[in-house]
Design a protein around this ligand. Structure first.
Ligand SMILES: Cc1ncc(COP(=O)(O)O)c(C=O)c1O
Length: 409
């Protein structure tokens, strides 16, 4: 039997425990939704105030020449370290859906005699919408095949220009085989684009070893960059100067302040800049990234797996047969979240939130719990399951007030 004392001991022995102090968290609340929006860190707050009170207030427009302009590539390199990229391969800019549009548009031009994009029917909807929209506007007929990802190998052939997949499934928390799938896609001469929204800062990634062509991810989940934080784009070095940004803007020009009529792409990843960087938002992300320098993705992964294992074990022990654990038990196939299926999942999540355990619901029937190893404690996992047991045994989810669907779930 797993006891609270065992969990307290795990926290006492946890080398990462002190990192929790980097964040501002509500007393008594258990935050298991960092896979949707990470919490604010003290350093993020400090950097934002520094930009407001010192840089913007006093340096005004001079700020652009005093470091602001380099923020997207500087932060890109820091995010790059978390995904195994080389210097100069990552840029922080835009938002994730927007970056996927850019990459899909660019990639189609690199395979002009192929007409199929493959993606996954379980993909995040925004990816599906934007891929369809870009394909519809392509300069030649392009078909988007939305397949069951288990059939991917069967669907791969020399009609396929590009495959786009989300590495960790937002609903189930399943992690796909980054290197294996990328290899299979390359074997038919197609290009591979990964969405790392639920992977970056949550699972170790090595885009260089896996030979990934392109990727993008967001800044507001496990990276804790703040609501609507800028996203990041990864373009493998071999494609620099080859893959064209289909949405060019002045700051991706080789000489932006010459104000030339014709576009000429800047060298390297800078070509993927379209617009003026959002300096206040970048300051928050920069502060948030500080904490990652105090640990490693290997250490974070070990704790994340221990937390998710503990949650699954406790659910099986105390709530046997109540939920279906839809997240894979196999460590190699698990992100940093656990999803529980239940016909009343919406009400269950609402009742839990009322008890101070913050998770979320994903239609039609999944309660999602994110375990961010930077700040979630083992004892939090224990207490969260304790409150879940109460919600289920007292059937609190049946309360009509927990059945009213909010606009954001
Ligand atoms: C897997 C995945 N892809 C794309 C997005 C969309 O990101 P954005 O709103 O930054 O465009 C999300 C948002 O949560 C996501 O989870």
């Amino acid at each position: 039997m797993i006891t609270r004392e065992i969990c307290q001991r795990l926290d006492a022995e946890d080398a990462l425990a002190e990192l929790r102090d980097a964040f501002t968290l509500n007393d008594g609340e258990i935050y298991l939704d960092g896979n949707s929006l990470g919490p604010v860190s003290r350093e993020a707050r400090r950097r934002v105030l520094e930009v407001l009170d010192q840089q913007w207030a006093h340096r005004l427009v001079r700020g652009w020449g005093e470091g602001w302009m380099a923020q997207p590539t500087r932060l890109g390199n820091r995010v790059g370290q978390l995904i195994g990229a080389r210097e100069g391969e990552v840029l922080v800019a835009d938002t994730l859906t927007f970056l996927i549009a850019k990459l899909v548009g660019g990639a189609l031009d690199l395979r002009p005699d192929r007409h199929v994009i493959l993606t996954d029917r379980a993909n995040f909807h925004s990816d599906l919408y934007i891929i369809e929209a870009v394909a519809r506007r392509a300069s030649r007929p392009v078909t988007v095949k939305v397949i069951d990802r288990d059939n991917l190998e069967r669907e791969l052939n020399d009609d396929v220009a590009l495959v786009e997949l989300t590495h960790v499934d937002f609903r189930t928390g399943e992690a796909l085989d980054l290197a294996g799938i990328t290899r299979a896609v390359h074997e038919v001469g197609a290009l591979m684009l990964w969405d790392f929204a639920h992977s970056t800062g949550a699972v170790p990634l090595d885009v260089t070893a896996a030979n990934v062509d392109f990727a993008a991810g967001c800044g507001y989940k496990y990276l804790n960059g703040g609501p609507g934080a800028p996203a990041f784009i990864y373009v493998r070095q071999e494609f620099h100067g080859v893959l064209e940004n289909p949405l060019p803007g002045w700051l991706g020009h080789a000489r932006p302040f010459e104000f030339e009529l014709a576009y000429e792409a800047a060298p390297g990843i800078q070509a993927w800049v379209t617009s003026s960087p959002s300096i206040i938002a970048l300051a928050a992300l920069e502060g948030a990234l500080e904490v990652f320098a105090r640990t490693s993705m290997t250490a974070l992964r070990a704790k994340s797996l221990a937390l998710t294992d503990l949650f699954i074990d406790l659910v099986n022990e105390k709530l046997a047969g109540v939920f279906e654990v839809v997240t894979p038990l196999d460590h190699d196939r698990r992100g940093s979240q656990v999803s529980l299926r239940h016909g009343e999942a919406y009400g269950v999540v609402q009742a839990l939130i009322a008890q101070g355990v913050i998770g979320d619901f994903r239609a039609p029937d999944v309660a999602r719990f994110g375990f961010a190893p930077l700040y979630v404690r083992f004892v939090d996992v224990y207490d969260a399951v304790d409150r879940l047991v109460d919600v289920m045994s007292a059937e609190r989810y049946r309360d009509p007030k927990f059945r009213v669907r909010n606009a954001v779930t």
